[in-house]
Design a protein around this ligand. Sequence first.
Ligand code: CTP
Length: 402
Amino acid sequence: MFANKKIVLGISGGIAAYKAADIVSWLTKNGAAVHCMLTPNAAEFITPQVLQALSQHPVVVDEFVNGPGWGIVHIDTVQDADLLAIIPATANTIAKIAAGIADNALTSAVLAATCPLFIAPAMNTHMYQNPATQRNIQTLKDRGWHVMPPVSGHLACGAVGEGKLPDVADIEAALQRLLLPKRDLAGLQFLVTAGPTIEPIDPVRYISNKSSGKMGYAIAEAARDRGAQVLLVSGHTNLPRPAGVEYLPVDSAAAMLAACLEAYDGCDVVIKAAAVADYRVAEPAAQKLKKTDDTDEMVLRLVKNPDILAELGRRKTHQLLVGFAAETNNVEEYARQKLAKKHADLLVANDVSRADAGFDVDTNQVTIFTAAGDKLTSPLASKRQTADFILDAVRARLDKQQ
Ligand code: CTP
């Protein structure tokens, strides 16, 4: 798979350094030439001998130790590389790279590199969330680094929180996307909706739902990486705005509908991952509602919102329409009903009662129902991998139309 690819794998000094061994082994088995560069601290966590044996190439720790030739080690190692990846990246190494410091072989090689750059930060939650670290990571993103954010989980320090290196399989999938980019959606205009809508009660309160937007954002990013032009119409989320994607924030279902209708004619594919509120408050109060002493009840009259997907289904000309169904029971029955009723081409159903596939988790497992009656079930995987699974189904459906 990776024949003729040279990868420089930088490893910095965190507990997760031992996981780099699996990645070196996977890359090497798949034909890549892997050259490991360890910071001196990383060599305290994993021995160069292990990585040397797995990669079958000399491992660089100290740039002043003579290599096989007479060249300058931090230049020679990266100059013809296809990718420089740092896994794991500590707060210290990230800070040095952001500042342009070159005080060891790895940080010097980074300055000399002209290839694509990838980094997977891993550290204690507070260190990761520290504004200094966040600013340094943003600096790297602004310079075009591919940053794979850490996930939440049990950390080596005993805490539970954000900062854990993602699963090796997810890192491998990300590296594969960088080394062998699929451009099978080039030339297509995508409209992706994501996140919840909010429906005001009064100026300070609203009705909404638990959608985090993670699935829709992952789809927008995956479509972008596969060459599509993407418009992301997003309800309120806490997610960073994806780079390289046209971004339109909206509040209510009505605003989302207006944004979708405006873009619809120029779209080839529409993916409606947003969790749209089915009802809105009939008459939102202009001023903050006050609590009264005379009754313990509060009654809100709700009226139905427009169904955006159904409306797009009615107006469909050439667009491929993908709907979602978040269900807690009778998943297949409800999904097939929505597919037919809303004139979608594909319906992505997920069981949100599952702890590993519902709202605001990093993994998902979906079943895609097609208008032709097919049923495709994805493995339990990261939302990014699930996004690629959905886009594979979109690509297959587009190929059938041609
Ligand atoms: N949807 C929409 N506009 C709405 C409600 C839903 O566009 N007012 C879209 C969603 O974006 C999703 C699909 O329709 O792609 C199904 O949404 P879901 O909430 O699962 O179903 P509903 O049709 O709202 O039905 P119910 O809530 O009764 O399950």
